[in-house]
Write a protein of this length. Structure first.
Length: 144
């Protein structure tokens, strides 16, 4: 009989220890949905990013010009997004793993064939095809 009581007491003690060890010491603060606005007021958790050209919050995946990674490594592929100014003289590129967008300026071009450049980036348009190069190496491309 003593063995049975000892066993039940130990089982109850282990259960209590395990239960209290799993309980948080303090209640956590509730997370406010949409409370992650950046300095422009864009809500990142809702997919919004600030566009310098549009002067507004945009969802990159909703933009017209999407470029696919040229030499994808592994099972994941990345996209880059391009937003053009109304006069087509500037192109704002959003490249994965970059902290902010880059504004390229058109250096030459016509309606069907143009080049926008800044530093190591160059965006080439030929007809409905866009190619984004970094240090003269194609990294993203799009064919409409």
């Amino acid at each position: 009989m003593n063995t049975k009581k000892l066993f039940l007491s130990l089982t109850f003690a282990m259960f209590c220890t395990f239960t209290f060890a799993q309980s948080p010491a303090k209640p956590s603060k509730p997370v406010m949905v949409g409370g992650d606005r950046d300095k422009h007021g864009c809500i990142g958790s809702a997919g919004y990013t600030y566009s310098v050209i549009k002067k507004d919050c945009v969802r990159l995946f909703e933009q017209k010009t999407q470029l696919k990674e040229v030499n994808a490594k592994g099972s994941a592929t990345f996209n880059a997004t391009v937003i053009f100014s109304a006069d087509n003289k500037q192109a704002e590129i959003f490249v994965p793993r970059s902290k902010s967008s880059t504004i390229l300026t058109r250096t030459r071009g016509t309606k069907r064939s143009s080049v926008w450049k800044k530093d190591k980036y160059a965006l080439y348009q030929k007809g409905d095809t866009y190619i984004l190069k970094e240090s003269n190496k194609p990294i993203f491309a799009q064919v409409s």
